[in-house]
Design a protein around this ligand. Structure first.
Ligand SMILES: [Zn+2]
Length: 357
């Protein structure tokens, strides 16, 4: 094994306390009230021979059990054994208090504070790189994001447009992106068709906010900003790219496929601030990894891809965090794995030169 110091650029430690009580469905309140319910359903499915669905429910249970930990540090402790002892993790919080799915037990300020406490821990602190998050239409959330970056020293910003805002929202453009530039820290934006969405937000609008090209006004105005489109466009678009392909006679087809759209933006060389991460998407390993390897043959793409896993969202999938990381390292080889897991994260985080030059 070589000396690659891995930085996983996309992980989550938030817990049930940070998720609205009726998300994603009012029935969740029932599951929370009757803790053994999901286990009983799994047992019932297995008993009637529905092994596939019993497996799906078992993975959901595993996922929920992680989120049900009391502390963000508990979730971190579960992740650490999957990585070498010096690996680091960008931690992305979520502000789900304003999206119409009910109340959260611990608000964004408490979530940030707990993360700051963890970052100050002598043993665990050096392992994490905390990011702030924001819901730009809620003034208290905006003030809290500023506090996390200015006072707590958080090292970047996570935005999640599907919750119900565009990446060029005026608050982001006027207040927060300039602050990130001043601090020389990056932004990461959820970019996949799946995921959390604001309640009642039409899917077409959620997709329009999340479309890779929706960040272009941001990069036009702030060419020095380092902006990562998470999930490389997402598994739905990867699957369609692979299984349906792209119609060369349809002029808009590449833009409509978010994987192709991101590749084209990176290849153009016109958006040096644009990055992407492979989190969650590449956990469909067997299908997608050969494509990633081919895309990375191009220098402009290779130099803008970040290693990330989306822990612990991937607990819903079959392969473990460790299994995927090792398979990926085998497929890409040491040099390219180092590029996405060590070199590129260092540049994106502003720790080493090479950003938007
Ligand atoms: Zn994520």
């Amino acid at each position: 094994m070589s000396d690659i110091r891995i930085t996983n650029c996309h992980t989550h430690l938030f817990t049930t306390a940070h998720v609205p009580d009726r998300y994603p469905h009012p029935l969740v309140s029932l599951i929370r009230l009757v803790p053994g319910l999901v286990g009983a359903v799994r047992w019932g499915l297995a008993a009637v021979g529905q092994e596939h669905w019993a497996g799906v429910v078992a993975r959901l249970e595993r996922f929920r059990a992680t989120g049900d930990q009391a502390l963000q540090s508990d979730v971190l402790r579960e992740m650490l054994p999957h990585y070498p002892g010096d690996a680091r993790f960008v931690v992305l919080p979520m502000d789900m208090a304003h999206i119409g799915h009910g109340a959260v037990q611990a608000d964004l300020g408490m979530q940030h504070d707990e993360l700051a406490e963890l970052a100050a821990d002598p043993v665990l602190g050096p392992r994490i790189i905390p990011f702030a998050t924001v819901y730009p239409d809620a003034p208290d959330s905006v003030a809290e994001a500023r506090r996390a970056i200015e006072t707590l020293g958080f090292r970047g910003l996570k935005i999640y447009p599907r919750l119900g805002f565009a990446p060029d929202h005026p608050v982001l453009m006027e207040e927060l992106y300039p602050l990130l530039l001043e601090r020389n820290v990056p932004v990461i934006s959820h970019c996949a068709r799946g995921g959390v969405a604001g309640r009642g937000l039409p899917m077409a609008l959620a997709d329009a906010y999340t479309d890779p090209r929706a960040v272009l006004p941001v990069l036009e105005r702030f060419p020095e900003l380092r902006l990562c489109l998470a999930h490389f466009g997402g598994q739905v678009d990867w699957r369609s790219y692979i299984e349906q392909g792209i119609d060369p006679l349809d002029a808009g087809a590449r833009e409509r496929n978010w994987l192709a759209a991101i590749l084209d933006l990176l290849r153009s060389g016109e958006w040096p601030g644009l990055w992407t991460d492979i989190s969650y998407t590449l956990f469909h390993f067997d299908d997608f990894a050969p494509f990633l390897r081919v895309f990375m043959g191009e220098k402009r793409v290779r130099e803008r891809v970040l290693f990330g896993s989306d822990y612990y969202m991937i607990k819903r999938e079959k392969l473990s965090e460790r299994a995927i990381s090792f398979r990926l390292r085998n497929t890409l080889g040491e040099d390219w794995f180092r590029q996405i897991a060590e070199t590129n994260p260092g540049i994106w985080l502003g720790e080493r030169p090479g950003g938007t030059g």
